[in-house]
Design a binder for this molecule. Structure first.
Ligand code: PMT
Length: 222
């Protein structure tokens, strides 16, 4: 049955935002709630997969049967992914990873200076976690997400190729879509297929995505 096709499959999922600390009380974050990645984790575990969920700072309960690892920053997420990618069949990057972090986070609270009207923060690039996984010789099947505010299909298609991903799930964000909200829609793209999954609750969308993924895995394996 459909259920059994996920038994024994190992899946690694990233979810939520990353927080990049400026000092002990401030950070740069983003609006990801973690719901999309947690929904995929819940649905995959429900179907019998062995799921490890690397979660950024979110307010969500751990889905039943899922092994959860909490992280805060992109660098912490990267090292957890590095520790786990080689033992899974599939990696799904639903996290909204910060592209940059502070070059020099301050160990003390940054003080407002009376005569300083501008403050310049220097940021440096974070590693691209999913692109790194896609480059490894022992890589799993790699699924990325693309959050775009415009030209969804074109940008996502480019992103899949640039990052060397097997599959990319494109979602339109901004204007009450994608981040934070309960519903989402995805354009699922591989080298050979493009399937539109209509707007629906993130859990049922996750179930539909897993069905597409299952199909691709069967094709890939021949
Ligand atoms: O968490 P929710 O509120 O439910 O919202 C869900 C979501 C909109 C956050 C999710 O569906 C989504 O689109 N996640 C990816 C958001 C994103 O950061 O996209 P991106 O285009 O910046 O990144 C593309 C891909 O590269 C993603 O798989 C991302 O996880 C990965 N990436 C990006 C940067 C980086 N340094 N490392 C990465 O692995």
């Amino acid at each position: 049955s459909h259920q059994q096709t996920w038994l024994g499959k190992k899946v690694l999922i990233t979810a939520g935002p990353t927080f990049e600390d400026l000092d002990p009380v401030r950070f740069i974050g983003n609006r990801s709630s973690g719901q999309m990645g947690f929904a995929i984790a819940a649905a995959a575990a429900q179907k019998g997969a062995e799921v490890t969920l690397i979660a950024g700072p979110v307010n969500l309960d751990t889905p039943t049967g899922v092994t959860r690892i909490n992280v805060r920053s992109a660098m912490q997420m990267f090292s957890q992914v590095q520790a786990h990618y080689a033992s899974v069949d599939i990696m799904i990057g639903a996290a909204a990873v910060a592209d940059y972090r502070l070059a020099q986070p301050s160990s003390h609270k940054i003080k407002k200076q009376p005569n300083q009207d501008e403050l310049t923060l220097t940021l440096i690039k974070n590693p691209d976690i999913i692109a790194w996984v896609a480059q490894q010789v022992d890589k799993p099947y790699v699924v990325g997400f693309a959050a775009e505010t415009q030209q969804l299909a074109d940008y996502a298609r480019q992103k899949r190729l640039q990052k060397g991903l097997d599959m990319i799930c494109a979602n339109q964000v901004g204007d009450g879509q994608g981040f934070e909200v309960d519903e989402n829609a995805l354009l699922v793209m591989t080298a050979t297929d493009e399937v539109a999954l209509p707007k629906q609750a993130k859990y049922s969308l996750a179930v539909a995505l897993l069905a597409q993924l299952r199909k691709q895995l069967d094709i890939t394996k021949g």
